[in-house]
Write a protein that binds this ligand. Structure first.
Ligand code: SAM
Length: 251
């Protein structure tokens, strides 16, 4: 990750989610041979997963959609550096308003919120929209949170930005996907160390920024965000929140 466009917070991250290199490679294999396939990643961020998927087959093409121009610029620079620029397009758009041709493979990871609305309905709304983006028989990689166990009142209070009803147990997440017209091909979850690695990189980014710029007018805000996030992680999320990867096929 060497391009200058990316915000400092993400500079050391590979993916903007709890995902290791080996796990990503297995998920890409589960999407089937990508020969001649069109892969669409909605809420792609800097599109690391999409770029790695396209790198596995020289005939695959891809499209990534995200609102954040800085993240997309980082993804485009990585695509150029890896010789993928002629096979991938990264466009700035609101996924909720964007319409595309049905694709062979769709990726949505940590991005159910891109369709907006009530957070409690994000997962269901996303599954409805994602089904429409896929051709029949097409595959979906769906990365979404679930509760390993219901948060206690104190844990829920430590994570005020997640309504407990927004997520469900893993079994409920799978059942919801099936009820939206998918069949399950594969299921895995982020290991605790993958979560820790992801969270640690972000926390370290904030701490280093504070240490380098103690007198910055932004220091109080950065410290406050770092404290808030650490509190939510340690007191609310680490024991309770899981992240699942469902490889689904449109029935
Ligand atoms: C948690 S990140 C996940 C990024 C990527 N899928 C990954 O796993 O690395 C969620 C992404 O959704 C994007 N996003 C949020 N709202 C959006 C919208 N309405 N339309 C398109 N992208 C959106 C954000 O800019 C961010 O890059």
């Amino acid at each position: 990750m060497t391009t200058p466009e990316i915000p400092r917070l993400y500079r050391d991250a590979d993916f903007n989610g709890p995902l290791s290199d080996g796990h990503a490679a297995r998920l890409i294999r589960g999407l089937g041979p990508l020969t001649g396939r069109r892969v669409v990643d909605v809420g792609c961020g800097w599109a690391e997963f999409l770029l790695r998927a396209l790198a596995t087959d020289p005939t695959a093409t891809g499209l990534g959609v995200d609102l954040d121009e800085d993240l997309l610029a980082h993804g485009r620079a990585n695509a150029r550096a890896r010789g993928l620029a002629d096979r991938v397009e990264l466009i700035a758009a609101d996924v909720g308003a964007w319409r595309g041709e049905p694709a062979d493979v769709v990726v949505s990871s940590g991005a159910t919120h891109v369709w907006g609305g009530d957070p409690v309905k994000h997962t269901a709304n996303a599954l409805t929209a994602l089904r429409d983006l896929l051709r029949p028989g097409g595959r979906l990689l769906f990365g979404e949170c679930f509760w390993r166990r219901p948060p206690t009142e104190a844990e829920a209070a430590a994570v005020p930005f997640i309504p407990p009803a927004q997520y469900r147990p893993l079994s409920g997440l799978v059942d919801l996907a099936l009820a939206h017209g998918f069949r399950l091909l594969a299921l895995s979850e982020a290991a605790t160390w993958e979560w820790d690695d992801f969270e640690n990189r972000q926390a370290l980014g904030r701490e280093e920024r504070l240490a380098r710029n103690p007198d910055s007018p932004h220091a109080d805000g950065v410290r406050e965000r770092a404290d808030r996030h650490r509190h939510a992680r340690v007191h609310g999320m680490r024991e309770t929140l899981g992240f699942a990867y469902l490889t689904l096929v449109r029935a």
